[in-house]
Design a protein around this ligand. Structure first.
Ligand code: C5P
Length: 398
C-alpha cells in the first residue's frame, strides 16, 4: 500500500518516541521510504542508531554537520516527501507549527514541505486538554494538517486520560488513508447530530439512575464525521472524554434534556447517529431534599422517558438515521425490530455476550443490520468501527 512513498518521520521529545521505532519499521515494511528527522530532545528518548538502522538512512537533527560543514537541506527534503508525519508530536512542536517558529531542522522542514502533513500528538492529559494545545490543534486542522488523535489510557506520568499517542498500527492505517486521498472532506456541507454517553436521572439532589455507557463509541463517530468535513453537533451525557476536533459539544444531563437538544438540532440536520444510552425510565418525582433512610424498604416510582430516536425517525423526511442496539439476548431479532420501529437506515448491534464489545472498552464487535441483511464485523477498535459506520453513511448519502 505504501510502496515507493516518501515519508519524513519527525520525532519530538516525548516518551512516546519509543513507539516511533515500531512505527518506522511498519512503514518500511509496507514499502515506504522513510527519512527520520529528530529534534535534539528526541535523541534523549530514542537513539539515532536505532532510528537510522530501522529507516536504513542516517537520521537528521542539525542544520549542518559540524565536522565537515555538510548542509542538511530541509528544502529538498520537504520537496522529496509525499507525507511529513510527526509522531510523537509534543505540545511544544504543535505550538511551533502554529506560529512558524523555525528553531530546529524539523521545524524548517515543516515550513518547507509541500507534502501533506500529519501529526500524532503525545503528552500528559492536562497538557493535551489545555486550551492552548486544543486551540493549536484546531488551527492546524483548519490549515489541512491531519490530526491522528491520541488515545485515552494510562500515561507515563501514572495519570489516566487522553494524551497517549495512537498505536503505530493505527498511525500506519491513517497514513494509508491520507496518502490514498481517502481523508478528503467528503461530507463537507452536511450537518450531523450524534448522541453519546449515558443520561442521568435524578432521584434527589444526591442520588441518580444511570448506566455504564462511556460515550467512547459516539465520540469516535462524531470525530470521524468531523474529519470528513461534516458539521457535527455532539449531544452528550456526562463523560470525561475530550471533544473531537471541529465538533460542537452540547452537554445534557437527563433523557428529557437530551430529547430537547436532539429535537432542536434535528431541524437543521442532514442526518443523525443515535449512540447514547438513554434511560428508559425516570423517577416520577425528584425530591428537592436528600431522602432520609428509614427502617422500611423504599419504592421509587418510575415513568417512561421519551424515545429520542423514535421521534427523530418519525420526522425523518429522507434524512439518514442510524441507531445502536445493545442486546444481551435475542440480539438480531431485537435489532431488526428497532430498524422498523425507529425508522433507522441501519442499526449497529453490539452484544454484551461478545468479549471486548460494548461498554467502556476501546474495542467493539458489531453486526450492521439494514433492510438488505446483516454484516458481521470482527473485533476492532472503536475508531475502526466508527470508520465503517461513516463509510456506510457516506454510501447512503450518494
Ligand atoms: O429501544 P432501545 O433503547 O434498545 O434502542 C436503542 C437505540 O435507540 C439507540 O440508538 C439509542 O440511542 C436510541 N434511544 C433513544 N432514546 C431513547 C431510547 C433509545 O434515542 N429514549
Amino acid at each position: 500500500m505504501l510502496n515507493g512513498k516518501h515519508i519524513i518521520l519527525g520525532i519530538t521529545g516525548s516518551i512516546a518516541a519509543y513507539k516511533a521505532a515500531m512505527l518506522c519499521r511498519l512503514l518500511v515494511k509496507e514499502g515506504a521510504e522513510v527519512r527520520v528527522v529528530m529534534t535534539p530532545l528526541a535523541k534523549q528518548f530514542i537513539t539515532p542508531l536505532t532510528m537510522a538502522t530501522l529507516s536504513k538512512h542516517p537520521i537528521l537533527v542539525e542544520f549542518f554537520n559540524p565536522e565537515n560543514g555538510e548542509w542538511n537541506s530541509h528544502v529538498s527534503l520537504g520537496e522529496w516527501a509525499d507525507l511529513m508525519l510527526i509522531a510523537p508530536a509534543t505540545a511544544n512542536t504543535l505550538a511551533k507549527m502554529t506560529t512558524g517558529i523555525a528553531d530546529n531542522l524539523l521545524m524548517t522542514t515543516y515550513l518547507s514541505a509541500r507534502a501533506k502533513v500529519a501529526v500524532a500528538p503525545a503528552m500528559d492529559l492536562d497538557m493535551y486538554a489545555h486550551v492552548t494545545t486544543q486551540q493549536n490543534l484546531r488551527t492546524l486542522a483548519e490549515r489541512g494538517v491531519a490530526i491522528i488523535e491520541p488515545e485515552a489510557g494510562e500515561l507515563a506520568s501514572g495519570l489516566v486520560g487522553k494524551g497517549r499517542m495512537a498505536e503505530p498500527e493505527e498511525i500506519v492505517e491513517q497514513v494509508k488513508r491520507i496518502l490514498a486521498g481517502n481523508n478528503a472532506k467528503t461530507l463537507s456541507g452536511k450537518r450531523y447530530i450524534v448522541t453519546a454517553g449515558a443520561t442521568i436521572e435524578a432521584i434527589d439532589p444526591v442520588r441518580f439512575i444511570t448506566n455504564h455507557s462511556s460515550g467512547k463509541m459516539g465520540y469516535a463517530i462524531a470525530g470521524e464525521l468531523a474529519q470528513r468535513g461534516a458539521e457535527v453537533t455532539l449531544i452528550t451525557g456526562r463523560t470525561s472524554l475530550a471533544t473531537p476536533y471541529g465538533v460542537k459539544r452540547v452537554e445534557v444531563v437527563s433523557a428529557e434534556d437530551m430529547y430537547n437538544a436532539a429535537v432542536e438540532a434535528w431541524r437543521e440536520a442532514d442526518g443523525g447517529v443515535m449512540c447514547a444510552a438513554v434511560a428508559d425510565y425516570t423517577p416520577v418525582t425528584v425530591a428537592d431534599h436528600k431522602l432520609k433512610k428509614s427502617d422500611d424498604d423504599m419504592v421509587i416510582e418510575l415513568k417512561r422517558t421519551k424515545d429520542i430516536a423514535k421521534e427523530l425517525g418519525a420526522k425523518k423526511e429522507g434524512r439518514i438515521l442510524v441507531g445502536f442496539a445493545l442486546e444481551t439476548d435475542n440480539e438480531e431479532a431485537n435489532a431488526e425490530g428497532k430498524l422498523e420501529r425507529k425508522n433507522f437506515d441501519f442499526v449497529v448491534l453490539n452484544s454484551l455476550r461478545d468479549k471486548g464489545a460494548g461498554f467502556r472498552g476501546d474495542t467493539n464487535k458489531v453486526t450492521i443490520i439494514d433492510r438488505e441483511g446483516r454484516t458481521e464485523h470482527p473485533l476492532m477498535s472503536k475508531r475502526e468501527v466508527a470508520r465503517i459506520i461513516v463509510d456506510k453513511i457516506e454510501s447512503l448519502n450518494q
